[in-house]
Every structure is written in structure tokens, then in C-alpha cells.
Design a protein around this ligand. Structure first.
Ligand SMILES: *Cc1c(COP(=O)(O)O)cnc(C)c1O
Length: 854
């Protein structure tokens, strides 16, 4: 039959409940359970059928039902209450930001990321990076930051995972109907859709702008799948992390360059530009171009002006995980761009060039971002340290501890990840205003007020809920594979609630070592099948579709899970997503995490688990180095890095078995006369107290404001004053420093023989140095004593500086400086003298990363 047009008739919302639409198009409902209840109440079966998507629900619900609901007293009461709460939240001006940073509350922050994990019904995320970005937006809304998110809208999202009968992962790419997503196109004042243009080799790409809201935080999403583009270009935003390197550079141009243009068209004027991972680093180039073309700046001044407002967060301590492009791809996509910046190809490439060990040159997004950001950070204390080591070559004048990459440790959004039954339990024992004070230790110490039986009762309830959920998933999984009735029946026996249950769920990147516990399979079997104290494991996670080693890990676990001797003791679930994550982190007893240190930048799933009372059993990597306090869980392996990965695997796996056998299993099964494992509950309480307090995103965002955003905001003030004369003079001065830097000479006047074998704490050392500054004036530099501290392996671990003062000008351009310092700590140390640009003339002391050494 020939149909002229296909369409869906959408039910019309009665006026009385019209605001449901606004609620559905704002992710606020995802962290406000009473709003979620409202949608569920409308049609519970449909709610689950549409996988808990309010927009889908409103597009499919019965018109009659809507009519009835609009007259149902009970529903209307709930509706009015939720709407009132929502409107109050949206309107409120009394926010943390307004109370603490009145002068900065209006300054806009643009936050760029390639993925966002806001809810499982909006699958534009692959893993931890996306969840972190989603939690960042939610928390920015809660705290009242003036932040706007920018990302890509993927027609096929991230892939859907199935596992076949042999354990092999298959990737499906469903085609999503954007009308089912809580997004709307952006319109101009005339009601026309807005598009941005970007130039590609010999053609122009059109990018459609979509918008959604995360509480008070808008999120802008970019999409090339529109008829104006060639079929090939329509596929640019087809899949998250899909395609080849060329697809990737195209996506990153859309994200970085079209992203800036989209914000401009929509009337945003951000002061801060936060790149969450290097994918977005092309935004720096577009901003440089804007300064050159709109403000008629020269390239160098434009770089300084841009840099002041750029903020960069790196997430990848694995060298191969950092985004790099071959020079020929950069040539292909940017050969028109450098002329717009009035610079040569070489000057352009120098922004991001990196030489690998074999001398091969490529363009690194991380290097670009580091070079042109005022402030950069890693995502845990250890990761900050690892990043400083990884990126010393970008800051050749600085010793490793001085490389300007700090850290803000990741967290998770409590209201998204804390189970609501636990929240209700806390409501009964915590101070009334605790929702507003989640970063206060005063709040969390009330965990101890909760009677053990009550906490245990809620935990067991959550464990049963997880079981019911997983049974449904497993049954569907087995039905699809055409398994026997027996296999289907067997699902009912899986995951009994009285067995110690360990969860492992995350992306199947090889460094996460999902199969580490199978290293000594006989020893594991003994642990799992102990008749008195059995243990069971639940696994879930996707391997990137191009990652065969990752897929092999899944296959191995699947095969073991179907071995008769491991029957019902090991389960692997398909299609890990935020929904499975939520059930698992609140339903298991132990959360296992055994990455190959130091490859996990932070990790966040253990934070979700810990605040829900699932006790962490984790390698000392990422956040757990800071999170572990001796009482709140267990550690795997030791607090150091190993060169030999085979050896590390061995050490860590033995550590897992032995702690399971000696500590975890016995503690779990030792119960009091009422059957309650009091020792275990003590661990749960320690875990909730310490982890909910320190690893929530409210603490994290406050750190970002205090350590990162406010510094960049002051830098912007410095460079933009008097119509950007700050940036202009900064770039002139930097040139002057560069031209004269090589002429600087430092001649220290060596005290005594110059070989001191030891000195006692409390003693002072005074030194003088003759410093030749050439054309530079003493006001332009700071001469200082640099005191380095070493560990026993002679590795510099920290440093301090002490200013030196001019005593006199000896001859023209040569000055005598004097300074002293007091030794305040024991240990190995050494000192020297150096000249650095005067920090008072820069927005931040690392803004011009130069230093001249003896
Ligand atoms: C939290 C979360 C992650 C991150 O897990 P890590 O163990 O920190 O890598 C990945 N995927 C989903 C769906 C999550 O909810």
C-alpha cells in the first residue's frame, strides 16, 4: 500500500496538567523522586514500557486517561506539589553561588564534553566521563552556577550490547527518534530553526542546534543529521566514539568550533570555557579566531586573551587514551584556518604538536588544551601527580612537581545516585536541613544514629529489588538466545539474598582487568562454593565495539559463568547502563574495582556504591587512594606502581583471594543472635559516612569554583581590562621575555666548599648570587631560591621557593641578590637559584611557564 505520509498522533495535555510537559523536558525529574512518581502514576505499565522516559510517556499515553487524571483529586494534589517545588527551584536566587560569590555569580561558564550521562533514557554516554559530565550539570544547577553545557547529539547514541551464546559481544545501533528525547530545536525570533555553519574541505557543514534543560542548567546539543548536508556528513554525529580517526576529527570540529558558534548565536557570552577532556580543545582555536577577527588582535595577544578563560580537565593517564591526530588530517581540515589567524602552518601546528619516542610528530588535543588553558587539572590526587609526570614535556622549564596541572577529585551527584529508600532512612535520623548541607561532616556523623537492624533491613530490601530486576534481565537475555526451559527456570535460583554478593560493572577497557579474579580459578572456586560461606559475583559492562581484547574479557567471564561448577555463582548482564548501575551500586554487598594502577584517573562507580553502603574492595588507584581510611573498606595490592604488569597482576590477584578468605567472607557471615552482621554494618556505616561526605559532586563543584573557575575568572579580568590591553601587554611582555631570556646568567656565590653533607632542621642558609639580566629590568623578574625535596630514590617530590632581594647593581645589567631560607623538614634536599617572570605582572604565576636556572 502506498501511504502519502507517516505520523504519530500525540495526545493533548489538558490545561489543568499542562506543566507536565515542562517537567518532562527538564532532567530535574531524574533527581526528584516525587516528580518521577508523578509520571509513573499516570500509567505504570506504559512507564516501564517506555523505559522510564517521560517524553515518550506523554507521547503515547491514552487521551482518555489524561482527561481522567486532570480530574483525579489525588493526582492533582501530587501534581500541584511537584510543580510548586519545581517552580520554586527554578526561580530561587538564594543559591550557594550567590551566597558565596556574589561578585562572580553572573559570570557564565561554558562546559564542553563529548558525552553526557543524564539518564538511561537518553543514551548519549559511554561511561564514567559522561556520567561525570551529567552530574556536573545537575550540581551546577543545584548550586546556582551560571553554567551552560555543550555536547553532541548522536543519532545512534552509544551502542546497545548483546552477548551471544558463545559469550561474544554484538553491537546494535538503534536509530533514535529525536522526538522521543527531551530536547527541542533552537529557534530564532522569527520562529525559524537555527543552524551553525562550519567549513570543511571544499564544502560547508550545517549543524542543527538542540536544547534541553538540566534543572536550571541549559544543555546545547549539536547534530549534523539534517537534509542540508551530504549523506556522508549527516553521519558525523551518528555514533558516540564511532567511525575512524577522520570521523573523530569531524566530530571534534563540530563540538569545539560549531559549539562556540552555537553559543554565540543563542546569545551566550561565557567568561569561562571548560573543556572536559581533550575532545573539545578545538574550541580554543575558534576563540582565538574570534579575538583576531572581531577585536582585530594579533595572534599572540589573542592566544593570551583566550587562555585566560580556558579551563581544561584531563581524564586519561593511559598515553594511548589521549586524543591525537595525524598531521595530514590537521592539514586537511585546518589549512584555511591558519590564514584566518594570520599565522603560518608551522605556528599553527606548534599549538598542539607532540613528538612520540620514535620521532613521529602528531597533533595532540591534550597538548593543545594544556598550552592554551589558564588552569588545568586531573581528577584525583594521584591522577594529578601522574599527569604532571606525563606532561612535563609541555612545560620544559619546570621540574615535574611544578607542572601546572592540579587536581579536583571526582564525585557523584548524591540525589541521582543515593538510593531513595536510604535517603528516606537518613531523613529520619539526620538533621532537618541535611539536603542543603551534604558537604558537612556534622550531617554524616548521624549515620551512627541509625540502628543496625534498620540499615540492614533497607539493605536487604535493596538487595532483593536488585535480584528481581536482574532476574527480569536474565530471563529476557536467555529467551532471546532460545535457551531451554530449564535454563530459563534456573534464573529463579540465581542470586539468593543471603549470599555475599560482589559487583563489578564498568566499561570493559583492558586496564580495568575485569578477569583478574579468575587468575587462580581453583582458588576462586573454593571461595565461591564454600557450603557455609558462599560468594557470588555479578558482572556487567560494554567493551568498545572496536576493542577485541575487551570483548574477549566478556567472553571469558561468560564462559565461566556457564560452567556447571560456577552455576549461579557468576552472572554477567548485558547492556550495562545507568539503570543497571543504580540497581547494582545499591544492591550488592561489595564493590570490586581492580584497575592496573595508575591507569584509573578517578573512577566513580565505587563512590556510588560506597554512599549506598556497598563496601569498596579496590586497588589503591584513582579516588580510592584518598577515599580509603582504614575502616571503610579494603584495598587490593600496595600503594605503588609496578613496571612489570604480569607481576602486578599476580600480586593483586593474590591480594584479592587472601583478603576475601581472611577478612571479607568471615566478617560478612559473622552475625549476632538476631542474625545481623554487626561487624559488617560497621563497615557499611564507615563507608557511607566518609564517602558520601567527600565524594559528592557538591564538594567537587565547590572545589571547581574555588580552585579553578575563580582563578580563571580573575585571569579574564586581568586580560580584558581596558579593552583587552591586559592581553596585549601580556603578549608583548612575553615576547620581550623570550627575546632576552637566553641572555640571563646566574652565578651563585657558593657558600663554604659547596658540599654540605647534612644540616639540622631549624638551621638557616643564606646565599647570594650575581644575576645578569641584560635588557630586562629587575621589576620584570623574580629571583628566588628553589629548594627541592627528594625521596629516597632521588626523585624530586616537592619544592619551595624563597624570594631573593637586590642588594646592589654591580655593573650595568648585573645585580647582586641575597636571600635565605630555613630548613623546616628532615629529608633529602637540594637548592638552587632561578629567575622567573615577575608573577605580579601575570594573571597567575604559571601563566607564562618560563624559568631560567643556574
Ligand atoms: C558510574 C558509571 C560508570 C563509571 O564507572 P567506573 O567504575 O568509575 O569506571 C560507567 N558507566 C555507568 C553506566 C555508570 O553509571
Amino acid at each position: 500500500m502506498y501511504f502519502i505520509e507517516k505520523m504519530r498522533a500525540i495526545p493533548r495535555l489538558p490545561d489543568r496538567i499542562k506543566k507536565l510537559e515542562e517537567l518532562a523536558y527538564n532532567f530535574w525529574w531524574t533527581w526528584n523522586p516525587d516528580a518521577e512518581e508523578l509520571f509513573k502514576e499516570m500509567d505504570q505499565d506504559l512507564w516501564y514500557e517506555v523505559k522510564r522516559s517521560p517524553v515518550k510517556l506523554l507521547r503515547r499515553v491514552d487521551q482518555d486517561k489524561l482527561q481522567k487524571l486532570s480530574k483525579n483529586k489525588e493526582f492533582l494534589e501530587n501534581y500541584d506539589r511537584v510543580v510548586k517545588k519545581f517552580e520554586q527551584y527554578m526561580r530561587s536566587k538564594d543559591t550557594w553561588m550567590a551566597r558565596n560569590y556574589q561578585d562572580k555569580v553572573d559570570k557564565q561558564i561554558a562546559y564542553f564534553c563529548a558525552e553526557y550521562g543524564l539518564h538511561e533514557s537518553f543514551p548519549i554516554y559511554s561511561g564514567g566521563l559522561g556520567i561525570l559530565a551529567g552530574d556536573h550539570l545537575k550540581t551546577a544547577s543545584d548550586l546556582g552556577l551560571n553554567l551552560v553545557g555543550v555536547g553532541l547529539l548522536y543519532r545512534h547514541g552509544y551502542f546497545k550490547q548483546t552477548i551471544d551464546k558463545t559469550g561474544w559481544q554484538h553491537a546494535e545501533f538503534p536509530e533514535y527518534d529525536f522526538e522521543d528525547f527531551p530536547i527541542k530545536p533552537a529557534f530564532d525570533d522569527d520562529g525559524e530553526e537555527i543552524y551553525v555553519k562550519v567549513d570543511f574541505p571544499e564544502r560547508r557543514i550545517w549543524v542543527k542546534i538542540w536544547q534541553t534543560n538540566v534543572g536550571r542548567t541549559p544543555l546545547i546539543l549539536l547534530d549534523t543529521d539534517i537534509p542540508q548536508n551530504d549523506p556522508e556528513d549527516r553521519k558525523i554525529t551518528s555514533q558516540l566514539y564511532g567511525g575512524n580517526r577522520e570521523t573523530r576529527i569531524q566530530q571534534e570540529i563540530v563540538l569545539g568550533i560549531a559549539g562556540v558558534r552555537a553559543l554565540r548565536l543563542l546569545g551566550y557570552n561565557p567568561k569561562i570555557w571548560h573543556m572536559n577532556e581533550g575532545h573539545a580543545a578545538f574550541l580554543t582555536l575558534e576563540r582565538i579566531r574570534e579575538f583576531i577577527q572581531n577585536k582585530e588582535m594579533d595572534f599572540r595577544s589573542a592566544v593570551e586573551a583566550t587562555k585566560a578563560g580556558n579551563v581544561f580537565t584531563t581524564h586519561t593517564p593511559v598515553p594511548a587514551g589521549n586524543d591525537v591526530f595525524e598531521i595530514n588530517l590537521i592539514d586537511k581540515y585546518f589549512n584555511d584556518f591558519w590564514s584566518k589567524l594570520n599565522i603560518s602552518r608551522r605556528e599553527f601546528l606548534d599549538l598542539g604538536i607532540e613528538k612520540s619516542k620514535d620521532g613521529h610528530e602528531h597533533f595532540s588535543m591534550t597538548v593543545l588544551a594544556l598550552r592554551v588553558s589558564a588552569v588545568s587539572n586531573g581528577v584525583s590526587e594521584l591522577h594529578g601527580k601522574v599527569s604532571r609526570r606525563m606532561w612535563t614535556h609541555v612545560f620544559p622549564d619546570f621540574p615535574e612537581p611544578e607542572v601546572p596541572i592540579g587536581h579536583v577529585t571526582n564525585g557523584v551527584h548524591i540525589w541521582t545516585w543515593l538510593n531513595r529508600d536510604l535517603k528516606e532512612l537518613f531523613d529520619r535520623y539526620f538533621p532537618e536541613n541535611w539536603h542543603e548541607n551534604v558537604s558537612s561532616p556534622e550531617v554524616w556523623k548521624h549515620v551512627d544514629d541509625i540502628p543496625d537492624e534498620e540499615l540492614w533491613e533497607v539493605h536487604m530490601k535493596l538487595k532483593r529489588r536488585m535480584r528481581t530486576f536482574l532476574h527480569g534481565r536474565l530471563r529476557r537475555q536467555r529467551l532471546r538466545l532460545g535457551e531451554t526451559i530449564e535454563d530459563l527456570m534456573e534464573v529463579e535460583d540465581i542470586l539468593p539474598e543471603n549470599i555475599l554478593t560482589i559487583g563489578f560493572a564498568r566499561r570493559f577497557a583492558t586496564y580495568k582487568r575485569a578477569t583478574l579474579i579468575f587468575k587462580d580459578i581453583e582458588r576462586l572456586k573454593k571461595i565461591l562454593t564454600d557450603p557455609k560461606q558462599p560468594v557470588q559475583f555479578i558482572f556487567a559492562g560494554k567493551a568498545h565495539p572496536a576493542d577485541d581484547p575487551g570483548k574477549n574479557l566478556i567472553k571469558k567471564i561468560y564462559e565461566i559463568s556457564r560452567m556447571p561448577e560456577f552455576k549461579n555463582r557468576i552472572v554477567i548482564l548485558e547492556n550495562y547502563d545507568m539503570n543497571i548501575a543504580r540497581h547494582m551500586v545499591s544492591g550488592v554487598d561489595v564493590w570490586l574495582n581492580n584497575p592496573r594502577r595508575p591507569h584509573e584517573a578517578s573512577g566513580t562507580s565505587g563512590q556510588k556504591a560506597g554512599m549506598n553502603g556497598a563496601v569498596n574492595f579496590s586497588a589503591l588507584d584513582g579516588w580510592w587512594v584518598e577515599g580509603y581510611n582504614g575502616e571503610n573498606g579494603w584495598t587490593i595490592g600496595d600503594n605503588r606502581d609496578h613496571e612489570d604488569t604480569e607481576l602486578q597482576d599476580k600480586i593483586d590477584s593474590v591480594s584479592i583471594y587472601s583478603i576475601l578468605e581472611k577478612e571479607i567472607v568471615p566478617l560478612y557471615y559473622s552475625t549476632d543472635e538476631k542474625g545481623i552482621p554487626t561487624g559488617w554494618i560497621k563497615k557499611m556505616k564507615e563507608s557511607i559516612k566518609s564517602i558520601a561526605l567527600n565524594f559528592n559532586t557538591h564538594r567537587m563543584l565547590i572545589d571547581y569554583v574555588e580552585k579553578i573557575y575563580s582563578k580563571a575568572m580573575s585571569s579574564v579580568e586581568f586580560t580584558e581590562k581596558d579593552n583587552y590591553s591586559g592581553a596585549l601587554s601580556l603578549s608583548k611582555w612575553k615576547q620581550r621575555l623570550k627575546q632576552n631570556w637566553d641572555f640571563i646568567r646566574i652565578k651563585p656565590n657558593i657558600p663554604r666548599a659547596g658540599f654540605r653533607s647534612s644540616i639540622s632542621v631549624g638551621q638557616s642558609i643564606e646565599i647570594t648570587a650575581n644575576v645578569y639580566l641584560g635588557e630586562l629590568s629587575p621589576e620584570e623578574v623574580k629571583v628566588e631560591i628553589f629548594l627541592a625535596q627528594f625521596d629516597e630514590d632521588e626523585k624530586m617530590i616537592a619544592f619551595k621557593t624563597f624570594p631573593m632581594e637586590i642588594e646592589k647593581e654591580d655593573v650595568h645589567g648585573e645585580y647582586l641578590y641575597r636571600g635565605k631560607f630555613k630548613v623546616e623538614e628532615e629529608g633529602k634536599m637540594a637548592y638552587t637559584v632561578r629567575v622567573v617572570p615577575n608573577p605580579e605582572r601575570m594573571p597567575l604565576s604559571s601563566f607564562i611557564p618560563m624559568a631560567k636556572w643556574v
